[in-house]
Design a protein around this ligand. Structure first.
Ligand code: XIL
Length: 314
Protein backbone atom coordinates (compact mmCIF):
# COMPACT_ATOMS: atom_id res chain seq x y z
CA UNK A 1 0.00 0.00 0.00
CA UNK A 2 1.13 3.52 -0.75
CA UNK A 3 1.54 6.08 1.97
CA UNK A 4 1.57 9.38 0.05
CA UNK A 5 -2.23 9.54 -0.49
CA UNK A 6 -2.87 8.69 3.18
CA UNK A 7 -0.51 11.44 4.29
CA UNK A 8 -2.15 13.96 1.97
CA UNK A 9 -5.57 13.03 3.31
CA UNK A 10 -4.32 13.73 6.86
CA UNK A 11 -2.60 16.96 5.86
CA UNK A 12 0.71 15.57 7.07
CA UNK A 13 3.90 16.20 5.16
CA UNK A 14 5.45 12.77 4.98
CA UNK A 15 8.95 12.62 3.56
CA UNK A 16 12.30 10.99 3.38
CA UNK A 17 15.88 11.81 2.71
CA UNK A 18 16.64 11.08 -0.92
CA UNK A 19 20.00 9.47 -1.48
CA UNK A 20 20.26 6.84 -4.11
CA UNK A 21 22.84 4.25 -3.17
CA UNK A 22 23.89 1.24 -5.21
CA UNK A 23 22.09 -2.01 -4.72
CA UNK A 24 18.62 -0.82 -5.62
CA UNK A 25 17.21 -0.30 -9.08
CA UNK A 26 17.11 3.44 -9.72
CA UNK A 27 13.64 3.45 -11.30
CA UNK A 28 12.28 1.34 -8.47
CA UNK A 29 13.87 3.66 -5.93
CA UNK A 30 12.22 6.69 -7.54
CA UNK A 31 8.86 4.97 -7.90
CA UNK A 32 8.95 3.92 -4.27
CA UNK A 33 9.79 7.47 -3.30
CA UNK A 34 6.93 9.01 -5.27
CA UNK A 35 4.38 6.44 -4.11
CA UNK A 36 5.14 6.95 -0.47
CA UNK A 37 6.34 10.46 0.17
CA UNK A 38 4.95 13.93 -0.29
CA UNK A 39 8.16 15.81 0.42
CA UNK A 40 11.83 15.17 -0.29
CA UNK A 41 15.03 16.10 1.51
CA UNK A 42 18.31 15.74 -0.33
CA UNK A 43 20.40 13.68 2.08
CA UNK A 44 23.45 15.53 0.85
CA UNK A 45 24.67 17.60 -2.06
CA UNK A 46 23.85 21.03 -0.74
CA UNK A 47 25.94 21.51 2.37
CA UNK A 48 28.82 23.90 2.09
CA UNK A 49 31.67 21.59 2.97
CA UNK A 50 30.64 18.51 1.04
CA UNK A 51 33.41 17.17 -1.18
CA UNK A 52 34.29 19.95 -3.56
CA UNK A 53 30.97 21.79 -3.35
CA UNK A 54 32.74 25.06 -2.70
CA UNK A 55 36.29 24.92 -4.08
CA UNK A 56 37.02 28.62 -3.48
CA UNK A 57 35.44 31.67 -1.80
CA UNK A 58 32.16 32.58 -3.46
CA UNK A 59 32.13 29.51 -5.69
CA UNK A 60 29.39 26.95 -5.23
CA UNK A 61 28.74 23.89 -7.34
CA UNK A 62 24.98 23.38 -7.56
CA UNK A 63 24.98 20.30 -9.78
CA UNK A 64 24.14 17.66 -7.14
CA UNK A 65 21.39 19.84 -5.67
CA UNK A 66 20.01 20.63 -9.12
CA UNK A 67 19.68 16.96 -9.89
CA UNK A 68 17.84 15.99 -6.71
CA UNK A 69 15.71 19.12 -6.33
CA UNK A 70 15.01 18.94 -10.06
CA UNK A 71 13.65 15.42 -9.60
CA UNK A 72 11.33 16.70 -6.86
CA UNK A 73 10.29 19.71 -8.92
CA UNK A 74 9.39 17.61 -11.97
CA UNK A 75 7.30 15.34 -9.79
CA UNK A 76 5.56 18.06 -7.76
CA UNK A 77 7.19 17.13 -4.48
CA UNK A 78 7.97 19.89 -2.02
CA UNK A 79 11.53 19.94 -0.69
CA UNK A 80 13.14 20.48 2.70
CA UNK A 81 16.80 21.44 2.44
CA UNK A 82 19.49 20.50 4.98
CA UNK A 83 21.47 22.55 6.15
CA UNK A 84 22.52 26.13 5.55
CA UNK A 85 24.68 26.44 8.65
CA UNK A 86 26.52 23.46 9.99
CA UNK A 87 30.03 23.06 11.28
CA UNK A 88 30.62 19.41 11.99
CA UNK A 89 34.06 18.05 11.37
CA UNK A 90 34.28 14.29 11.61
CA UNK A 91 37.78 12.86 11.88
CA UNK A 92 38.78 11.05 8.72
CA UNK A 93 35.80 12.37 6.80
CA UNK A 94 35.10 15.46 4.72
CA UNK A 95 34.38 18.40 6.98
CA UNK A 96 31.01 20.05 6.45
CA UNK A 97 32.79 23.33 5.87
CA UNK A 98 35.08 24.06 2.94
CA UNK A 99 38.80 23.75 3.41
CA UNK A 100 39.47 27.33 2.32
CA UNK A 101 37.11 28.58 5.02
CA UNK A 102 38.61 26.43 7.77
CA UNK A 103 42.15 27.35 6.85
CA UNK A 104 41.64 30.97 5.80
CA UNK A 105 42.29 32.53 9.20
CA UNK A 106 39.24 34.77 8.76
CA UNK A 107 38.05 37.17 11.44
CA UNK A 108 34.46 37.60 12.55
CA UNK A 109 33.45 40.17 9.94
CA UNK A 110 34.86 38.14 7.05
CA UNK A 111 33.28 34.95 8.33
CA UNK A 112 29.93 36.69 8.45
CA UNK A 113 30.35 37.89 4.87
CA UNK A 114 31.19 34.39 3.66
CA UNK A 115 28.31 32.84 5.56
CA UNK A 116 25.86 35.42 4.27
CA UNK A 117 27.15 34.85 0.74
CA UNK A 118 26.71 31.07 0.97
CA UNK A 119 23.17 31.41 2.35
CA UNK A 120 22.18 34.07 -0.17
CA UNK A 121 23.54 32.24 -3.18
CA UNK A 122 22.10 28.87 -2.17
CA UNK A 123 18.61 30.07 -1.31
CA UNK A 124 18.42 32.35 -4.34
CA UNK A 125 19.68 29.72 -6.74
CA UNK A 126 17.21 26.98 -5.80
CA UNK A 127 14.31 29.39 -5.41
CA UNK A 128 14.80 30.86 -8.87
CA UNK A 129 15.58 27.62 -10.64
CA UNK A 130 12.77 25.58 -9.07
CA UNK A 131 9.99 28.01 -8.06
CA UNK A 132 7.68 26.91 -5.20
CA UNK A 133 9.71 23.78 -4.57
CA UNK A 134 11.87 24.36 -1.50
CA UNK A 135 9.33 24.92 1.26
CA UNK A 136 11.57 24.37 4.30
CA UNK A 137 15.13 25.41 5.06
CA UNK A 138 17.12 23.93 7.91
CA UNK A 139 18.92 27.15 8.73
CA UNK A 140 21.04 26.12 11.72
CA UNK A 141 21.90 22.51 12.49
CA UNK A 142 23.34 20.91 15.62
CA UNK A 143 24.32 24.06 17.47
CA UNK A 144 23.74 22.46 20.88
CA UNK A 145 26.24 20.41 22.84
CA UNK A 146 25.47 16.80 23.74
CA UNK A 147 27.17 16.70 27.08
CA UNK A 148 26.17 19.92 28.78
CA UNK A 149 23.49 22.55 28.55
CA UNK A 150 24.96 24.99 26.08
CA UNK A 151 26.29 25.49 22.61
CA UNK A 152 28.92 23.17 21.24
CA UNK A 153 32.03 25.19 20.38
CA UNK A 154 32.26 25.73 16.64
CA UNK A 155 33.83 28.06 14.14
CA UNK A 156 30.85 30.43 14.11
CA UNK A 157 30.29 30.55 17.84
CA UNK A 158 33.98 30.99 18.62
CA UNK A 159 34.48 33.84 16.23
CA UNK A 160 31.14 35.61 15.78
CA UNK A 161 29.40 34.64 19.01
CA UNK A 162 25.81 33.50 19.47
CA UNK A 163 24.51 36.20 17.14
CA UNK A 164 25.48 34.08 14.14
CA UNK A 165 22.22 32.22 14.71
CA UNK A 166 20.08 35.37 14.58
CA UNK A 167 21.98 36.53 11.51
CA UNK A 168 21.60 33.24 9.68
CA UNK A 169 17.81 33.37 10.07
CA UNK A 170 17.64 37.02 9.04
CA UNK A 171 19.84 36.46 5.97
CA UNK A 172 17.82 33.43 4.91
CA UNK A 173 14.53 35.30 5.29
CA UNK A 174 15.83 38.16 3.16
CA UNK A 175 16.04 35.89 0.13
CA UNK A 176 13.61 33.03 0.80
CA UNK A 177 10.08 33.49 -0.50
CA UNK A 178 7.35 34.08 2.11
CA UNK A 179 5.93 30.59 1.62
CA UNK A 180 9.19 28.92 2.71
CA UNK A 181 9.53 27.96 6.39
CA UNK A 182 12.77 28.40 8.30
CA UNK A 183 13.73 26.10 11.15
CA UNK A 184 16.33 25.32 13.79
CA UNK A 185 17.37 21.66 13.78
CA UNK A 186 19.10 19.46 16.33
CA UNK A 187 19.40 15.95 17.66
CA UNK A 188 17.84 15.27 21.08
CA UNK A 189 17.27 11.54 21.20
CA UNK A 190 20.27 9.43 20.65
CA UNK A 191 22.34 6.52 21.62
CA UNK A 192 21.74 2.95 22.54
CA UNK A 193 21.16 3.22 26.27
CA UNK A 194 18.53 0.68 27.28
CA UNK A 195 16.41 3.33 28.99
CA UNK A 196 16.54 5.62 25.98
CA UNK A 197 18.78 8.60 25.81
CA UNK A 198 16.71 11.74 25.88
CA UNK A 199 19.04 14.69 26.25
CA UNK A 200 16.85 16.77 28.47
CA UNK A 201 19.42 19.49 29.19
CA UNK A 202 19.95 19.84 25.45
CA UNK A 203 16.23 20.26 24.86
CA UNK A 204 16.07 22.88 27.63
CA UNK A 205 18.90 24.76 26.01
CA UNK A 206 17.32 24.62 22.55
CA UNK A 207 14.09 25.85 24.11
CA UNK A 208 15.92 28.86 25.57
CA UNK A 209 17.64 29.58 22.27
CA UNK A 210 14.50 29.32 20.20
CA UNK A 211 12.33 31.30 22.65
CA UNK A 212 14.99 33.98 22.47
CA UNK A 213 14.68 34.06 18.70
CA UNK A 214 10.92 34.36 18.97
CA UNK A 215 11.17 37.15 21.58
CA UNK A 216 13.61 39.09 19.45
CA UNK A 217 11.35 38.72 16.40
CA UNK A 218 13.95 36.76 14.50
CA UNK A 219 12.21 35.06 11.57
CA UNK A 220 11.86 31.43 12.62
CA UNK A 221 8.89 29.23 11.77
CA UNK A 222 9.75 25.87 13.21
CA UNK A 223 11.79 23.54 15.32
CA UNK A 224 13.28 20.40 13.75
CA UNK A 225 13.77 17.24 15.83
CA UNK A 226 16.17 14.90 14.08
CA UNK A 227 14.94 11.76 15.90
CA UNK A 228 17.71 9.28 15.17
CA UNK A 229 16.42 6.55 17.46
CA UNK A 230 17.33 2.96 18.12
CA UNK A 231 15.14 0.04 19.08
CA UNK A 232 16.74 -0.07 22.51
CA UNK A 233 17.12 3.67 23.11
CA UNK A 234 13.57 4.95 22.91
CA UNK A 235 12.39 7.63 25.36
CA UNK A 236 8.72 6.79 24.77
CA UNK A 237 5.78 8.45 23.09
CA UNK A 238 4.67 10.61 26.05
CA UNK A 239 8.09 12.15 26.61
CA UNK A 240 8.56 13.02 22.97
CA UNK A 241 5.05 14.42 22.57
CA UNK A 242 5.62 16.61 25.63
CA UNK A 243 8.92 17.86 24.23
CA UNK A 244 7.22 18.85 20.98
CA UNK A 245 4.41 20.57 22.83
CA UNK A 246 6.82 22.95 24.57
CA UNK A 247 7.86 24.22 21.15
CA UNK A 248 4.43 24.29 19.52
CA UNK A 249 3.23 26.25 22.58
CA UNK A 250 5.71 28.94 21.51
CA UNK A 251 3.67 29.28 18.31
CA UNK A 252 6.21 27.38 16.23
CA UNK A 253 5.64 24.38 14.03
CA UNK A 254 7.52 21.21 14.90
CA UNK A 255 9.03 18.96 12.27
CA UNK A 256 10.32 15.42 12.71
CA UNK A 257 13.16 15.94 10.29
CA UNK A 258 15.45 12.89 10.39
CA UNK A 259 13.59 9.93 11.74
CA UNK A 260 15.19 6.54 11.68
CA UNK A 261 15.10 3.66 14.11
CA UNK A 262 18.27 1.63 14.06
CA UNK A 263 18.20 -2.09 14.71
CA UNK A 264 20.91 -3.40 17.01
CA UNK A 265 22.20 -6.77 15.77
CA UNK A 266 21.40 -9.57 16.28
CA UNK A 267 18.03 -8.57 14.86
CA UNK A 268 15.12 -10.40 16.41
CA UNK A 269 11.42 -10.46 15.64
CA UNK A 270 10.91 -8.47 18.82
CA UNK A 271 13.24 -5.78 17.57
CA UNK A 272 11.36 -5.54 14.29
CA UNK A 273 8.10 -5.13 16.18
CA UNK A 274 9.60 -2.47 18.42
CA UNK A 275 10.95 -0.68 15.35
CA UNK A 276 7.49 -0.65 13.76
CA UNK A 277 5.93 0.54 17.02
CA UNK A 278 8.35 3.45 17.30
CA UNK A 279 7.64 4.61 13.74
CA UNK A 280 3.92 4.30 14.46
CA UNK A 281 4.27 6.31 17.68
CA UNK A 282 6.11 9.13 15.95
CA UNK A 283 3.49 9.39 13.21
CA UNK A 284 0.77 9.43 15.87
CA UNK A 285 2.55 12.15 17.83
CA UNK A 286 2.43 14.26 14.68
CA UNK A 287 -1.20 13.45 13.96
CA UNK A 288 -2.15 14.34 17.55
CA UNK A 289 -0.45 17.74 17.53
CA UNK A 290 -1.78 19.91 14.75
CA UNK A 291 1.34 22.08 14.79
CA UNK A 292 3.56 19.06 14.22
CA UNK A 293 3.13 19.09 10.49
CA UNK A 294 5.89 16.84 9.19
CA UNK A 295 7.35 13.39 9.59
CA UNK A 296 10.42 12.95 7.45
CA UNK A 297 12.55 9.83 7.47
CA UNK A 298 16.31 9.77 7.09
CA UNK A 299 16.13 7.18 4.33
CA UNK A 300 13.54 4.45 3.95
CA UNK A 301 15.60 1.34 3.61
CA UNK A 302 17.58 -0.09 6.53
CA UNK A 303 19.96 -1.82 4.13
CA UNK A 304 20.96 1.52 2.63
CA UNK A 305 20.87 3.68 5.71
CA UNK A 306 23.48 6.33 6.55
CA UNK A 307 24.21 4.15 9.60
CA UNK A 308 26.33 2.15 7.19
CA UNK A 309 28.43 5.23 6.45
CA UNK A 310 31.52 6.47 8.23
CA UNK A 311 29.80 9.60 9.54
CA UNK A 312 27.19 7.69 11.50
CA UNK A 313 27.52 7.53 15.30
CA UNK A 314 28.81 4.20 16.51
C1 XIL B 1 24.58 12.39 7.49
C2 XIL B 1 24.18 11.93 6.10
O1 XIL B 1 23.45 10.77 6.17
C3 XIL B 1 25.24 12.07 5.11
O2 XIL B 1 24.87 11.57 3.86
C4 XIL B 1 25.52 13.53 5.13
O3 XIL B 1 26.21 14.02 4.06
C5 XIL B 1 26.06 13.96 6.47
O4 XIL B 1 25.78 13.09 7.52
N1 XIL B 1 22.49 14.75 11.44
C6 XIL B 1 22.26 15.52 10.33
C7 XIL B 1 22.42 14.95 8.99
O5 XIL B 1 21.82 16.65 10.46
O6 XIL B 1 22.76 15.89 8.02
C8 XIL B 1 23.42 13.80 9.04
O7 XIL B 1 23.49 13.20 7.80
C9 XIL B 1 23.00 12.80 10.10
C10 XIL B 1 23.00 13.41 11.45
Amino acid sequence: SEIAPLARAKNLHFGSAFYYRDGWDRDEYEKHFLDNFTILTPEGGIMWGEGGLSPAPGEINFSAGNEIIGFAHENDLAVKVHHLVWHRYVEGHDPFLPQWLLEGGYGSAELQEHLKDFITQTVTHYTEKFPHTVQWWSVVNEAGANNFSGFEPNLWLDSIGESYIDSAFVWTREVAPDEAKLFYNDCFYHGTAADGQRMEHKIDHAYDVVSGLVERDIPIDGMGFQSHLTVVGYPGKEAIAADFKRFTDLGLEVYITELDVALIPPVTQKQLEQQAKIYRDLVNIALENEKCTMVSLWGFNDAQSWYESDVAPS
